[in-house]
Design a protein around this ligand. Sequence first.
Ligand code: NOJ
Length: 763
Amino acid sequence: MKYIRFEFGVALGVVLLVSLCIGSISGQSLIDPAIEAKVDSLLGKMTLEEKIGQLNQYSSTFDVTGPAPAAGSNKIRYEQIRKGQVGSMLNVVGADATRRAQQLAVENSRLGIPLILGLDVVHGYRTMFPIPLGEAASWDLDAIEASARVAGTEAAAAGLHWTFAPMVDICRDARWGRIMEGAGEDPHLGAQVAAARVKGFQGSSLSALDTIAACAKHYAAYGFAEAGRDYNTVDISIQTLRNIALPPFKAAVDAGVATLMNAFNEIGGVPATASVHLQRKILKGEWEFDGFVVSDWGSIGELITHGIAKDNVDAALLAITAGSDMDMESSAYVQTLADLVKSGRVEEKLIDDSVRRILRIKFLLGLFDAPYGYSNNEREEQVILSAGHLLTSRDIARKSIVLLKNDGNLLPLNKNRGTIAVIGPLAADKDAPLGSWRAQAITNSAVSLLEGINEAVGSNARVLYSEGAKLAIGQRNFLQSSTYNENDKSGFQAAVETAQKADVVVLAIGEDAWQTGEGRSQVEIGLKGVQEELLKEIYKANKNVVVVLMAGRPLVINWMAENVPAILNTWHLGSQAGHAIADVLFGDYNPSGKLPVSFPRHGGQLPLYYNHKSTGRPTGGSIVFWSHYTDALNTPLYPFGFGLSYTNFEYSDIRLSSETIDMGGELRVTVGLTNTGKRAGAEVVQLYVRDLVGSVTRPVKELKGFQKIELASGQNREVTFTLTSEKLAFYTRNGKWEAEPGRFKVWVGTNSQEGKEAEFALH
Ligand code: NOJ
């Protein structure tokens, strides 16, 4: 445990230094000796029932009359809070409601221990930011941190102490609806983004009243659900777990994340919630994590449906033994743990360990000193949706846009002349851009594309609008799946006529917000409903089509990519979506986003990812016996790391500072980068390596570094990366995180498929 080192002071400082050198321990500690003393003292006063109460979390939605618990509808839970048998609530929102909930616990329970109040603040609280997959496309860690900072500030002002974010699940299968919540397919980018988001939410001090505790989820490998179907079985190798799924979690822990959430899925036959290996051995053992683990919603109870526990008693026993500290909404702990302890099946010290972890975070948040400090009506009024927050949202929204195609430099458009037809089911939509997992966003509150264009153009150009067709019909909400318009083309004619009158068409199509998110997997990831037909009709009428593709996942868009001259992939960009897209359409911002995920040619290629293995038969000729499809290419339509700009960047050849790295040493990799175009722009320079021979098979390419470089027209500069042997380490056949001597290829370039190449050796 890290705190032991504090007590041993200088002597163990040496241990810490050594540990840092071997790279096994790093980052922020959650241990403060003064707080540890308070935790111990409080723990000493608690009855077993009160301790178990700290491990119990309820949602507020059990009361239909309002967000905070009321005596009427669920008396038992209400009384439990008053008796100190509830340690946390989720989904209580707003300064008033959170204050009321807190009062119940603080002013009624024997020890007055405050609740920790949490919510899924995933990409904004009320000021919405791009969905996390979109933000990852910015490859701009400062902007990502700033986005989480704003979300944390707004949530904190509304009385929340804790967000269930960042979601750091790597995903290689875009059928999975929750791909929108993460940073895409790559563990290196995913780890950097995870750390940036933790820093954003938590700031430099958890006790500040404008910061909240973060929660890295879903531990672990939830994104590997078989066939992309949510909640489905996960069955991956230990290498994939260690090398691909876990690095973002490790990065979050190193960044000082206060909590983790475990996952619904099983992995290798053991549900994550019951996994001693994941929670006790790796997280709390190897990584020395001192915060707490909350279960996912009901996931302790679901151990029964998984078929690994026969009842709630069994489920609680498995989960607490595995290190799941807090029970979200199963009631398994509060109902069974006391008897399990009394009968000797669970040692009380396990309960103490979990309680200690939860109290530690409550103390660090300052909840004992000021239990109502976060619930501040004045601050809530001032900060939520403030002008500064909206600007921050617009800034990262435009940085998240990826230019996929721009034939004949159709983009940027001139906003001072001509006629622009804005067409499509998403063109005037003020809701879809808010995305899934939208916390307290106000329905229909985003700036639509049409509004953004109108404001940018003013009276200088003519803007025409036609919806063309509806995408979803009927209800659109968090709980139910939507129905898509498969037949109604009655708006086509008007849209075609509008296109004919214009110099250029901006066609907004893609996905509704509720096509992605939890429980929203799809077998087909193309354009739903009649959208592709609309696209073809519009293209027949006017060839100058710019598609603005709004989606929560990469879509299959072969016809579009083949035919229309320009495509902007704009994800779901949040509150300021329309302004951000207009900024890019008219060249007020030069697009700089790069894909954090591969765009497949066909859903049948999934899972698809750039850092795949070689296989024994990676290439072939005219005979069929090699690893390929007979009816499609293996490659993605757009690769990981891909994104165009309105300017051009040229890379010089790679220079290495040496042809070898010694174990523990480093090597510098340099390229020259020149902006050869006419506009200023930013390029994400990416460094990939390939470990040519390993003790286990190695990916054909792995991202190991990136830098976002801004250059004026004509400007050039050297870009240098430092490669250490530590960065070449992976989970080897020895079951260790280590680098293996041998030869490596290195590329520096503009995406995962193009790059200047060199070779070096690690000795
Ligand atoms: C279930 C989801 O899997 C998780 O991500 C979320 O935080 C909880 N529900 C609470 O809403």
